[in-house]
Design a protein around this ligand. Structure first.
Ligand SMILES: Cc1cc2nc3c(=O)[nH]c(=O)nc-3n(C[C@H](O)[C@H](O)[C@H](O)COP(=O)(O)O)c2cc1C
Length: 206
């Protein structure tokens, strides 16, 4: 049994990556983890060239993922919140599942899946969006884990002075950002426990 985990955040070492990996580790099965950070995945271009043979013809990183997705017995898919919705990279990745959505039985149908959502405020929107895709592709949702990650204002360099900063309430007596407030998965044992629980649940349904 093989579980494929995908982090769709543009950040290689962010909270989405950590949470997807926590779920994978807890399955204690054979796993493969792929980060989409730095990878080029175009949106679906609606050319319909996949309709004949269920294979997308757009040449990019999705080509490397196609067979991994087909071969996986279960999927753990994580994305992050951008402008109150699922981030574009994860969205592009999921749009391209159109290639599995034509004649014949979809290779995704019936696979169990776990949705991981992360946001500086909330991971609800990305988690809900991923679960909607699961529903459309016939992926059986086994559960969802979502949490708060560190948003840009902690690391852009201007969070303590910027007009639209979200960390202005978290400054120390010197006017610097108090990093104790920075969300970090290591400070969220309940979320990590929930991720591990889901990993075990995924194993139990395979
Ligand atoms: C362009 C942009 C827009 C964002 N918009 C939102 C938002 O609307 N709501 C939210 O909760 N977080 C938002 N965030 C914050 C990210 O979701 C947050 O940093 C998250 O931790 C990113 O996931 P990662 O840690 O896996 O990289 C935004 C981040 C960026 C870069």
């Amino acid at each position: 049994m093989k579980v494929l985990g995908i982090s769709g955040s543009p950040r290689k070492k962010g909270t989405t990556a950590g949470l997807v990996q926590a779920v994978l580790d807890a399955t204690e099965l054979e796993t493969e983890y792929v980060s989409l950070a730095g990878k080029k995945i175009s949106p679906c271009i609606y050319c319909l060239a996949c309709a004949k043979d269920n294979t997308c013809k757009v040449k990019d990183f999705m080509g490397e993922l196609r067979q991994k997705l087909i071969d996986a017995d279960a999927l753990v898919i994580g994305g992050c919140n951008m402008w109150s919705t699922l981030n574009g990279l994860t969205q592009n990745f999921l749009e391209r599942f159109f290639q599995f959505h034509h004649h014949g039985k979809s290779p995704m149908a019936g696979k169990p899946g776990i949705a991981v959502g992360v946001g500086g405020g909330s991971g609800k929107a990305p988690a809900e969006a991923i679960n909607r895709y699961f529903q459309m592709f016939g992926i059986r949702s086994v559960g969802t884990v979502r949490t708060q990650g560190a948003f840009a204002c902690y690391s852009c360099g201007y969070g303590n002075v910027c007009d639209v900063s979200l960390v202005q309430n978290y400054l120390d007596e010197n006017g610097n950002i108090d990093m104790d407030f920075k969300p970090d998965l290591e400070k969220q044992p309940d979320i990590l426990a929930a991720a591990r629980q889901l990993g075990k649940k995924l194993r139990s349904v395979l």
